[in-house]
Design a protein around this ligand. Structure first.
Ligand SMILES: [Ca+2]
Ligand SMILES: [Ca+2]
Ligand SMILES: [Ca+2]
Ligand SMILES: [Ca+2]
Length: 554
């Protein structure tokens, strides 16, 4: 009996989450590829066999990452096996023949060191606005922070409520959740404990920084929508000594054009007074008072008004080693030289912008041979080659007008190496080898040294709007030579396909045919990496899970 028909027969019984180094079975050749197998006290890696008989298939999460072969009864115990896009757990088979042992690993890995069972702690929320037929959803905006106390391990999860494909002030605002790690390692939703009530603030990225200098992270957020409505209010949630937060409403009085502000902001001491400020990508600054209060004004100097008029992504960094933070604004350069829409502004002593430096032409502009084809939706600043100079990553996709007015799951990562003196080398074509551009882009990437080798690595937070083959949730490890390599590809695929199976798939998000894991991001728990996962299920109910993966990246 071949393995595939048997697997299909009992597929309905399979549940649970597992995230081990997954075997892969090719039904065409009847070959099973095994990352690691233990035979007695010996471990063999990268073993390929032909499958004999399938003896049983379990319905519980796997208990280890290595296959175990019992030479006494000739049975091979498989923690998990991927057949097509489906993962099966605790499979027992006999071996037809051993085809090869060893050789080089390709996409499989033995990176995971966990040998205990994977569990998933899940925070479930009911369908919050059933009258609209939608749960909260769409790409979600997760930021990490130590909320409530100095050593807390938390994340804030901001949502957008969409009616159909857009958000609007005519719809209720979406909730803001904060989840913090508890002493037993699990995560608990604590936003009402922090804020005294459930906050509802529509819009994207929460900005996390310590605005009142007490060592505890605070949150800044502007109310925004997809359309052209005016943004009138910002909010700061600032830490109190007793572990709660004060919520401060900030009327936006400087929005003289009454436009919808972009949902991205950066924390920077713009006016060099020792208090952190926030700057919106649309050119409005919020000058902080070190207590959580902000006064807002336009970046209304000549440079902004004549050169730029809007932006999408905004980041800050000291790009020239001057000790002064500068502003990177993406998609802003629409007046003079739209072929280079991204630029870095130098900030003068008075907080005014004194010079701008254009970054190289982005990929989609070249691809579509059009000066305005690239939507540069997000940025990160990080020194990826450890030379002391801050480098730039910009996450891009084509504007819909270049793809038949449909927002496609296409993306590209621009990587600009800082050579000094405002020269940036475009290494995008080689930095992420074989990156699949038919992948949903990363709106909330993380640049973290995941494997503790002193070089920053990249976690991409995508979504699975168009299925597993377009998975945008990826980890790329720094090769220390200005390139990165993807790792844990199969493990992450197993993880989210199992999470989908746990809750079903369907149109809970705003995309009618979505099979959507809204986002996945790694969060460190007890020195290893667990995964935050979000999804809306068939019924529009919303789930936040923290999968206890305990990954170790090498
Ligand atoms: Ca604070
Ligand atoms: Ca300031
Ligand atoms: Ca660098
Ligand atoms: Ca690293």
């Amino acid at each position: 009996m071949k393995i595939l028909p048997r697997l299909i027969l009992i597929a309905g019984f399979l549940t649970g989450v597992n995230a081990w180094a997954t075997d892969t079975y090719d039904s065409t050749s009847n070959q099973l590829t095994i990352p690691t197998v233990q035979v007695g006290s010996t471990t063999y890696t990268n073993v390929v066999i032909s499958v004999g008989n399938v003896l049983s298939i379990g319905n519980s999460p796997a208990n280890g990452y290595a296959d175990i072969y019992n030479s006494t009864n000739g049975q091979l115990m498989i923690p998990s096996v991927l057949v097509g896009s489906t993962t099966y757990n605790n499979v027992i088979i006999t071996i037809g023949s051993v085809l090869s042992v060893g050789g080089s690993f390709s996409n499989q890995s033995i990176l995971s060191e966990n040998t205990s069972a994977v569990t998933t702690s899940v925070q479930d929320y009911p369908q919050i606005y059933p009258q609209y037929g939608y749960g909260v959803g769409s790409p979600s905006f997760i930021e990490f922070g130590n909320f409530g106390s100095k050593n807390a391990n938390c994340f804030v999860d901001a949502e957008i409520l969409r009616g159909g494909s857009i958000s609007s002030s005519t719809l209720p605002d979406a909730p803001l959740y904060v989840l913090c790690q508890q002493p037993n390692g699990s995560f608990k939703e604590v936003s009402q404990q922090f804020f005294g009530r459930q906050l509802y603030i529509n819009g994207g990225y929460p900005l996390v920084a310590d605005f009142n200098n007490d060592g505890i992270d605070d949150i800044f957020k502007i109310e925004t929508w997809d359309n052209s409505e005016s943004s009138n209010t910002a909010y700061s949630m600032v830490s109190n000594i007793n572990g709660t937060y004060s919520v401060i409403n900030i009327p936006i009085t400087s929005n003289q054009y009454s436009f919808n502000l972009n949902d991205q902001n950066t924390a920077i001491d713009l006016n060099h007074d020792g208090c952190l400020d926030a700057v919106n990508a649309m050119g409005i600054s919020f000058i902080g008072d070190c207590k959580g209060g902000f006064s807002n004004q336009q970046l209304n100097n000549d440079l902004w008004q004549t050169t730029y008029n809007l932006g999408t992504g905004i980041c800050s960094g000291d790009f020239n080693g001057s000790g002064i933070q500068q502003l990177l604004i993406t998609d802003g350069h629409t007046n003079i030289s739209p072929n280079q829409p991204n630029s870095i502004f130098e900030v003068g002593d008075n907080g005014h912008l004194i010079a701008n430096h254009l970054l190289p032409v982005p990929y989609w502009n070249v691809f579509y041979n059009a000066s305005n084809a690239t939507h540069n939706f997000s940025c990160r600043v990080a020194d990826i080659n450890n030379d002391g100079k801050q480098d730039v990553l910009i996450f891009t996709r084509p504007w819909a007008e270049f793809t038949s007015n449909i927002w496609t799951d296409q993306s590209y990562i621009q990587v600009y190496l800082n050579l000094g003196n405002w020269n940036f080398l475009d290494i995008s074509a080689t930095a992420f080898p074989n990156y699949n551009t038919n992948t949903s882009g990363s709106y909330s990437s993380r640049i973290i040294d995941f494997n503790n080798d002193g070089y920053l690595d990249v976690a991409l937070m995508g979504s699975t709007w168009q299925g597993i083959s377009n998975n945008g949730n990826q980890i790329w490890i720094n090769n220390k030579d200005n390139t990165f390599r993807p790792v844990f590809t199969n493990e992450l695929t197993s993880l989210y396909s199992n999470y989908q199976q746990q809750f079903g798939t369907g149109n809970g998000g705003y995309t009618s045919n979505a099979k959507n894991i809204n986002s996945m991001l790694p969060i460190q728990v007890n020195g290893k990496w667990n995964y935050i996962m979000q999804m809306a299920d068939l019924n529009g109910n919303y789930h936040i899970g923290v999968a206890n993966t305990q990954y170790t990246f090498k």
